[in-house]
Design a protein around this ligand. Structure first.
Ligand SMILES: *Cc1c(COP(=O)(O)O)cnc(C)c1O
Length: 428
């Protein structure tokens, strides 16, 4: 494949944008080479600036669950745009999408819209702190909740219970309020809570982890967290930015039949426009300004174009009774096909999957947390990534990402992908 124009565009971009990209993972640092510049996309396919066609398994990192340029979403945005793009005043469509989201998601009464998943998660944590009057939070190593300071924390050396900043610019003061736990390890969470009695406002997690590959919760893990939080007056926050409106209409809460106290959304909820949201029962949401004392705001929050895209997307998902089953079946088919050809070619691997999330790790141990996910062979992944790209299949340029299956993918696309894996496997 020829990437001449993409490469030239990247050189120009690097002169005026740090690293040539507006979000670091796009830069191909983990896999080498230079990023592909997209010209347009339709359904299951991306078309790059060199006119290559790529089957897309990233789908804007999740939002395009119905495929690119999905007609009802596009026309909703176009029609809205003709009537003005931002007012900073209330609009009816904000209530419409809020009503629909509240009807689809279990256990929430009110929802507040923001502009990104990052904003949703940082606002949820502020609300949890404001509601409980406590400062510390527990997050899990390998779970991503956006780039706000409280979440850019890594395990500290020595002291188990203390996090340290994992980016310059995050202060020690902020880091000391974030405690880091091991995903799927309830003992570890119990210890942290006991060592910090009466100080923890919330536990935040991806109910199905998707930012260290796909890691489903072990049986009983979410239930045990719920019980622990109840016993210690701690709020349980499900970051459903990835899983919301993807695993089921009501996300992981519905799938696992567990109630979180606050739920965060992003990605699918915006239909491909910049949208995030957080939601909870009245007793918690009523603490938010202007009703309550916890401040949170946004000039472009609830933007009409974004709400139009989100409403069209959620309506499609709400009206299609079969969609989540169909997505899961396609993902299972892909899983089976890839596992077979990797086995046929003696490539050591582990595939994790839940619903329409799937990831391939080049290691044969069970992948249950960040440590086991990090054991995957990155050199193999790099070769795999570039091999797949060359075959016309775009997967995330990092071994720590989930592939997202969309409704636009046909079984022919899946077969094409499996055949590409078979070819690439011979080179690993
Ligand atoms: C993508 C993601 C975020 C951050 O959302 P942005 O819109 O990129 O700010 C937060 N949490 C999870 C689970 C995500 O996957």
């Amino acid at each position: 494949m020829n990437y001449k124009r993409s490469s030239a565009l990247f050189v120009e971009a690097e002169k005026v944008i740090p690293g040539g990209v507006n979000s670091p993972v796009r830069a191909f640092k983990a896999v080498g080479g230079t990023p592909i510049f997209v010209k347009e996309a339709k359904g299951a396919y991306l078309y790059d600036e060199d006119n290559n066609r790529l089957i897309d398994y990233i789908n804007s990192w999740g939002p395009m669950i119905l495929g690119h340029a999905h007609e009802p979403v596009v026309s909703a945005v176009v029609e809205k745009a003709k009537k003005g793009t931002s007012f900073g005043m209330p609009t009816e469509i904000e209530t419409k999408i809020a009503e629909l989201a509240v009807s689809m998601v279990p256990n929430i009464d009110k929802i507040r819209f923001v502009n990104s998943g990052t904003e949703a998660c940082m606002s949820a944590v502020r609300l949890a702190r404001g509601f409980t009057g406590k400062d510390k939070i527990i997050k899990f190593a390998g779970c991503y909740h956006g780039h706000s300071d409280s979440f850019l924390i890594q395990a500290g050396s020595g002291a188990i219970t203390f996090g340290t900043p994992n980016s310059p610019g995050v202060t020690e003061g902020t880091a000391k309020d974030t405690l880091l736990a091991r995903y799927n390890d309830i003992e570890n969470v119990t210890q942290l809570i006991e060592a910090n009695q009466g100080e923890i406002a919330c536990v935040i997690l991806e109910p199905v982890a998707g930012n260290m590959g796909c890691i489903p919760p072990k049986k009983g893990f979410l239930e045990a967290l719920r019980t622990l939080c109840d016993a210690h007056n701690i709020l349980l926050i499900f970051d459903e930015v990835m899983t919301g409106f993807r695993l089921a209409k009501g996300g992981a809460q519905e799938l696992f039949d567990i109630n979180a106290d606050i739920v965060c959304f992003g990605k699918v909820i915006g239909g491909g426009l910049p949208v995030g949201a957080f939601a909870a029962r009245n007793e918690i949401m009523n603490h938010l300004a202007p009703l309550g004392p916890v401040y949170q705001a946004g000039t472009l929050s609830g933007n009409p174009l974004a709400m139009a895209a989100g409403l069209a997307m959620l309506s499609e998902l709400n009206n299609d009774t079969d969609i989540f089953k169909r997505l899961a079946e396609k993902t299972a088919y892909l899983h089976k096909g890839i596992a077979k050809v990797l086995n046929d070619n003696n490539v050591v691997h582990t595939i994790n999957r839940l619903g329409s999330m799937i990831s391939v790790h080049f290691d044969d141990s069970e992948i249950v947390d960040f440590e086991t996910s990090a054991k995957g062979n990155n050199d193999t992944f790099k070769k795999f990534f570039h091999g797949m790209l060359n075959e016309g299949v775009y997967i995330a340029p990092s071994a720590f990402e989930t592939w997202f299956i969309t409704d636009a993918l046909t079984y022919e696309d899946l077969d094409f992908t499996i055949a590409a894996v078979n070819k690439v496997a011979k080179t690993l």
